[in-house]
Design a protein around this ligand. Structure first.
Ligand code: HGY
Ligand code: MN
Ligand code: MN
Length: 421
């Protein structure tokens, strides 16, 4: 899909956001699932759905037609044949921050409100989306995979969350069963924009208020499940044990050593969850489950890590006389942002007198899924202390407002210049 720009339609008024209204909505959204200074809004949980209903009402107030679709995506559409999509997600990691995802969605709400208040003129309108389960509570980027038609519902609806709940059951419990699934159409949706906190230390360390994302790293995750035998932790001789826990710890250290030895300076990896079953101090672990993930801009490096996960898990299982099942649970390819949009965001920052830097994203975003279907651009603002995925996550009101102005100015430029198809 190519971006067709024409002569600028200057009769279309600029979108001027209301900073205080934006900050108020962000603070109101943070009340849903509030946990200390952070938020706990796991996908399709009651608080996640309450927040989504609240958002749908705000979108309707802004003059958009809003719905919540069959996987929980919230979509607000302005009355235009072609619509720029602005989105992110309002679900969070456990005990996460108040801005991760939420900020990009509230930016979209505020831009849509300001656009409609200015008359909503011109041939190109807006579609605001809060994608469901971006944080892989059930299925990684469930909402954007569904919205782009990439979701294999058969397979994904059979996945479970950390409490063992089936996605199909959670969708039903949330009252979404039987609803249609909203879909992206490149002819209707020429561009996708997402604004997000950086979630890392780079912008703050350099004293730069604005990031223009150029690419998003690739991400893969695996569940490595060692199966041994429960035994008495006191009476069973060490040589007789089939200790799944010991196998997991051995694997965890060795796979990290491998990544450290072969990776680029952009290679990162993480052991996010360990489960020992039955998990009593006096029982040799019968089963041990390890969720391991790795990220890199280079698919070749991710392929080598994947290879190693498979071979090393079976080597270690033999050493510890246990069985192993290593399964890939997610694989999302790296994605490039569209150069023309990167340029437009840079121009918008300049127009605000803001220094901006082009940078890759170490975090995954729904934008990487959309990027396989339409041109995409992302705006970053600094994270205080580079912290995120924790209740400590925060950004200054000034940086939050700056980011919203830059997004709004980028949208103004697009509504004025995008050609009719
Ligand atoms: O994991 C990520 O990068 C994103 O926050 N889901
Ligand atoms: Mn996140
Ligand atoms: Mn996010």
């Amino acid at each position: 899909v190519t971006l067709e720009f024409g002569a600028s339609r200057n009769n279309i008024p600029a979108i001027s956001i209301h900073p205080e209204r934006l900050l108020d909505d962000l603070r109101t959204l943070a009340e849903f699932g509030k946990t200390g200074p952070g938020v706990n809004r796991r996908a399709l949980s009651p608080v996640d759905m309450q927040a989504r209903e609240w958002l749908a009402d705000r979108l309707r107030e802004a003059g958009l037609v809003a719905e919540i679709d069959g996987v929980g995506n919230v979509i607000g559409r302005s009355p235009h044949a072609r619509r720029i999509v602005i989105g992110s997600h309002t679900d969070t990691v456990p005990d996460g921050g108040w801005l991760d995802g939420a900020m990009g969605v509230i930016y979209g709400l505020e831009v849509a409100r300001a656009f409609m208040e200015a008359g909503g003129n011109g041939p190109v309108g807006l579609e605001i989306v809060s994608f469901s389960d971006e944080e892989a509570c059930f299925s990684p980027m469930l909402g954007s995979h569904s919205y782009t038609g990439e979701l294999n519902r058969e397979v994904e609806f059979a996945r479970r969350n950390e409490n063992g709940t089936l996605l199909a059951d959670a969708v039903r419990a949330a009252g979404l069963a039987g609803r249609a699934f909203a879909r992206l159409d490149p002819l209707t949706h020429p561009v996708y924009l997402e604004a997000h906190i950086e979630q890392g230390p780079v912008l703050e360390a350099r004293g730069i208020p604005l990031g223009v994302v150029t690419s998003i790293i690739g991400l893969r995750a695996w569940l490595v499940h060692f199966i041994g035998q429960a035994d008495h932790a006191g009476t069973t001789p060490m040589a007789m044990r089939r200790d799944a826990g010991a196998a997991l710890c051995d694997f965890a250290v060795r796979i990290a050593d491998f990544c450290r030895g072969m990776g680029s300076e952009q290679t990162v990896w993480n052991g996010g969850n360990i489960r020992l079953i039955p998990g009593a101090h006096n029982v040799v672990p019968a089963r041990a489950q390890y969720t391991f993930s790795a990220r890199d801009p280079d698919m070749e490096i991710l392929d080598r890590i994947e290879q190693r996960v498979m071979t090393l898990s079976s080597t270690v299982s033999a050493v510890h006389n246990v069985k192993v099942e290593a399964t890939k649970t997610s694989s999302i390819a790296p994605a490039a942002m569209h150069p023309a949009i990167v340029h437009m965001i840079g121009e918008a920052a300049k127009g605000r007198g803001l220094t901006a830097m082009e940078m890759p994203s170490g975090a995954a975003h729904d934008a990487m899924v959309l990027a396989r279907h339409v041109p995409v651009g992302m705006v970053f603002i600094p994270s205080i202390g580079g912290r995120s995925h924790d209740v400590a996550e925060d950004s200054t009101p000034e940086d939050i407002v700056n980011g919203a102005h830059v997004l709004a100015d980028t949208v103004t430029a697009l509504t004025r210049s995008l050609q009719q198809v």
